[in-house]
Design a protein around this ligand. Structure first.
Ligand SMILES: [Fe+2]
Ligand SMILES: [Fe+2]
Length: 195
């Protein structure tokens, strides 16, 4: 018995590809609701852009207050969030959508917030909150996409893994600052005592 071909009707697939050639990467086999996916991705794009701006602000503000190591971490995160924004915008165009880069309404489209913070510990805490929000909402997006749009899902899984890394970095920074006797040293110790 001959092995079952992976693609059952290559001729039909080729014909379909020609017929809908103007749709770019979106083929008939695309199972997700394209409009919804584009809308969700534009929210993720806004989330990333707000994160870029917040990390950049924290970078410039932390540079002056003998926190060179923390500032470097903020800058690294800002650059990685920008890469995420670029990946997401690229995917939106592949899906024949328009990446929403308008500054108007950016914050209301974003899941994360823009909080300045008064000192370096507060900045790290606000960044950690924002990362945790991104982690939760990206996990939901991944679940929503399921097997209907594996390319977008894979991209979001990659980004999610990076956000988890960011959150871990920030947690480590908070612990290090706590050990140095910074303002959050007490609450950290108390939290550990209750655990
Ligand atoms: Fe990101
Ligand atoms: Fe992040």
């Amino acid at each position: 018995m001959a092995a079952k071909p992976f693609v059952s009707d290559i001729k039909a697939i080729r014909e379909r590809a020609r017929e809908h050639i103007r749709k770019g990467a979106v083929t008939e086999g695309y199972k997700a609701d394209r409009g919804t996916v584009i809308k969700i991705l534009n929210e993720a794009l806004a989330t990333e852009l707000v994160c870029v701006l917040r990390y950049k602000y924290h970078y410039y503000m932390a540079s002056g207050i003998h926190s060179k190591g923390v500032a470097a971490e903020f800058l690294e995160h800002a650059n990685e969030e920008q890469t995420h924004a670029d990946q997401i915008a690229q995917r939106i165009t592949q899906l024949d959508g328009k990446p929403n880069l308008s500054p108007e309404g950016l914050l209301s489209r974003s899941h994360s917030e823009y909080v300045e913070g008064h000192d370096v510990v507060e900045m790290i805490e606000e960044d950690l909150v924002a990362e945790r929000i991104a982690i939760d909402s990206y996990r939901e997006i991944i679940q929503y996409l399921g097997n209907d749009d594996p390319t977008t899902r894979r991209m979001m899984e990659e980004i999610l893994a990076k956000e988890e890394e960011h959150a871990e970095d920030l947690g480590t920074l908070l612990e290090q600052l706590g050990q140095k006797g910074e303002p959050n040293a007490e609450p950290l110790k108390k939290a550990k005592a209750h655990a």
